[in-house]
Design a protein around this ligand. Structure first.
Ligand code: ZN
Length: 159
């Protein structure tokens, strides 16, 4: 493959990822409050002004429902939207593994094979200022599943 074609392919993949992020940003999935969540957590990213609240129904160890409300930049909304889609049917242990994978992806660009749709966030590692936007919903999820009452803020996190 010549260099030019490879560059075109990279650009096409990047455009596709941007389209997925834009779609989830403009039409966030599960953007509502759950009637009877078993756990919830708030997330705040003061660097960008992203705020969200995540609602989860946990049945034993399995997430059966997830939704969110909030306002913020496109990446934070798309990330929360994709999170609520990806987390349904997963266990708490799965959620922790997914958090680690997303964290890895947005900080290093390394893409795990099983990333699925979440792979769209691998490109974020090129924009360090947006890493906290992409990871915010995941921090909130971890807090919700751990049952901590403190709102999470990315302010004091090393990301
Ligand atoms: Zn943001």
């Amino acid at each position: 493959m010549n260099l030019r074609r490879r560059e075109q392919n990279v650009r096409r993949t990047f455009d596709l990822y941007q389209q997925v992020i834009l779609d989830h940003c403009k039409h966030p999935r599960n953007f509502r409050e759950l009637a009877a969540p078993t756990c919830s957590a708030q997330g705040h990213n003061p660097l960008c002004g992203d705020q969200l609240k995540l609602f989860v129904v946990l049945d034993g160890e399995t997430v059966t429902e997830a939704s969110f409300l909030g306002s913020g930049c496109c990446i934070s909304k798309a990330s929360a939207s994709l999170l609520t889609e990806s987390i349904k049917g997963k266990t708490r242990a799965d959620a922790r593994k997914m958090f680690d994978q997303v964290h890895d992806m947005v900080t290093t660009g390394k893409m795990p094979v099983e990333a699925g749709k979440l792979a769209v966030f691998a490109g974020v590692h090129k924009f360090p200022a947006r890493v906290k936007c992409a990871i915010l919903a995941w921090h909130a999820l971890m807090t919700a599943l751990e049952g901590e009452k403190e709102p999470v803020s990315t302010e004091n996190e090393d990301v």
